[in-house]
Design a protein around this ligand. Structure first.
Ligand code: ZN
Length: 131
């Protein structure tokens, strides 16, 4: 009889491994060990595919979906904010990823409730640097 696999447990472990791999990738990227950083990203994606778990929204922004490069702002990625969106360009393959600037939008909505027009923030104020 086949060993019963606990799927939910497997997924949780896979998720943890993915997170750890991204942390390691970030450390290696800081040290400019790009081969290692990208290898960790690659491993994280492989685990994700095998166990059908996707990296969380924060992690998904940390690598290029085109070439798998770990995206370190100003080094391998160019981050620009405009029109309520964050535009992330991979400097290796040129792939552009856009995603809504949730934090900024949430604050604007709050501002509207108070009756103000909501002042646009600079990327620094909006906390883009820690993406
Ligand atoms: Zn790329």
């Amino acid at each position: 009889m086949a060993v019963r696999r606990k799927k939910s447990q497997e997924k949780r472990i896979a998720q943890e491994r993915i997170e750890t791999l991204f942390e390691m990738a970030e450390k290696e990227a800081m040290k400019k060990n790009w081969t290692r950083a990208n290898r960790y990203v690659d491993l994280a994606r492989t685990i994700g595919m095998r166990y059908n778990v996707t990296p969380g929204p924060d992690l998904r922004r940390k690598f290029c979906r085109g070439c798998g490069t770990f995206l370190l702002p100003s080094v391998t990625a160019r981050i620009r904010v405009g029109g309520g969106k964050v535009v992330c360009t991979c400097l290796k393959c040129g792939r552009v990823t856009r995603y809504p600037h949730v934090r900024e939008r949430r604050e604007r909505r709050r501002g509207r409730e108070r009756g103000s027009t909501g002042v646009r923030k600079t990327p620094e104020e909006a906390g883009v640097e820690d993406l």
